[in-house]
Design a protein around this ligand. Structure first.
Ligand SMILES: Cc1cc2nc3c(=O)[nH]c(=O)nc-3n(C[C@H](O)[C@H](O)[C@H](O)COP(=O)(O)OP(=O)(O)OC[C@H]3O[C@@H](n4cnc5c(N)ncnc54)[C@H](O)[C@@H]3O)c2cc1C
Ligand code: FES
Length: 368
């Protein structure tokens, strides 16, 4: 979709609630290159109004790519303190349909459909003044929104910002973090890289984030509110380190972008978990009509999770019933679905279901 060119004129002041019916189409105003495989896309609303959201929330976008409608979630990387636009920052995923389309085809002036901001991964309303933000790869985006907000509003927040990247050239927002840190001493960024970049040997922290790294960057980490976002194995490792160090996990918060792990190790773990499923739980036969796969799904597991454990890769994003990515046609059978707004009543009436939050209550045939 192409949008009309922006017009000059005053922007209304004051905050207006995001109206899904009115602001569901966003216009891309700028595309910025952050690293060799990360770009930021800046959006304005179609009608003149300001955005209202909480740092850490995400949007679900609808894409039409090669004749298919696909949904994906992207965290808002810009802060609510800059309400005239919203930005998302997207990492190119090898072979991924949407991230590559955004990088290669999506240009300023084009438009996208988006739902209202959702998600609860945020420091909003917290009384703590000391934070430790830990991110891996594109998991930096919610933490960047919070940090930008703190900088803009001069909040009394002591932020240690620890980011893990493959190499120095993969560090997203490096200049901006350094800039904020120079001007606001209570923002302290640290980067940990696995290897040098061509032409840029790294003299800083190296390897993976472990207890020694935490102690080095934030000796008082046990007193901080900790927010973590990154790939699943990364977050698992952080939880293990923090638990081992006696960190009170009530002050631990994490957001998953749900990067599935299809390594051999992960597959073995999935197989083990499958084997452990309580045989007392009733199991239903779920047939995927297009791929001709059949999976036995226990009544206490969602169809998506059971399929994942069986090694199937079905489309999914939020896994919380809010984004609609896993929406599928139920050809026959019944499910118990507890969704979070990612499906409309008329779609349910038409036999659609969200596989991430649907447990079988009979044998099923699904059009996938
Ligand atoms: C709540 C939420 C917020 C998100 N916010 C962001 C964000 O701010 N920036 C961002 O780049 N992505 C974000 N994502 C991931 C995003 O929704 C897409 O999954 C991603 O852009 C890949 O889409 P794709 O269609 O290109 O590839 P897909 O077909 O979706 O993915 C291909 C494979 O790559 C894995 N993968 C997906 N995303 C990544 C990634 N970023 N890094 C490494 N592996 C990945 C998938 O698990 C899959 O195995 C978010 C996801 C969720 C659920
Ligand atoms: S994955 Fe988002 S609704 Fe199912």
């Amino acid at each position: 979709m192409d949008a009309p060119a922006p017009t000059a004129g005053p922007i209304p002041t004051g905050y207006f609630r995001w109206e899904p019916e009115e602001d569901d189409v966003l216009i891309c105003r700028a595309v910025r290159e952050e690293t060799h495989d990360v770009k930021t896309f800046v959006f304005a609303p179609r009608n003149r109004r300001q955005f209202e959201f909480i740092s850490g929330q995400f949007l679900t976008f609808e894409f039409e790519i090669s004749g298919e409608t696909i949904h994906r979630c992207y965290t808002i990387s810009s802060p609510p303190s800059r309400p005239d636009t919203v930005s998302i920052t997207v990492k190119r995923v090898p072979g991924g349909p949407v991230s590559n389309w955004l990088h290669d085809e999506f240009k300023p002036g084009m438009m996208l459909k988006a739902t209202i901001p959702m998600g609860t991964f945020s420091w909003s309303g917290m009384a703590a003044t000391k934070y430790l933000f830990i991110s891996g790869g594109s998991g930096i985006t919610p933490l960047m929104s919070m940090t930008r907000s703190s900088y803009d509003l001069a909040l009394i927040a002591d932020i240690v910002f620890l980011h893990a990247a493959r190499s120095p050239s993969d560090i997203v927002f490096r200049d901006e973090l350094d800039f904020m840190a120079r001007r606001n001493r209570s923002i302290r960024p640290f980067h940990v890289v696995e290897r040098d970049a061509p032409g840029e040997p790294w003299s800083g922290l190296r390897g993976r984030i472990n207890l020694d790294v935490l102690k080095a960057v934030a000796p008082d980490f046990l007193e901080r509110e900790i927010f973590v976002c990154g790939p699943t194995p990364f977050m698992d490792a952080m939880r293990t380190v923090l638990r081992g160090a006696g960190f009170p996990m009530t002050r631990y918060h994490q957001e998953s972008f749900n990067f599935e792990d299809f390594t051999e190790e992960a597959q073995e773990a999935i197989a083990e978990a499958q084997a452990e499923i309580d045989s007392a739980v009733k199991t239903y036969r779920v047939e995927f009509a297009k791929t001709k796969r059949v999976v036995e799904v226990p009544a206490d597991l969602t169809v998506l999770e059971a399929a994942r454990r069986a090694g199937m890769r079905l489309p999914s994003s939020c896994t919380k019933g809010v984004c609609g990515t896993c929406k599928s046609k139920l050809v026959s059978g019944t499910v118990d679905m507890k969704h979070g707004g990612g499906i409309r009543q008329r779609e349910i009436d038409n036999g659609m279901t969200l596989l991430c939050c649907s447990k079988p209550t009979s044998d099923l045939v699904i059009d996938r």
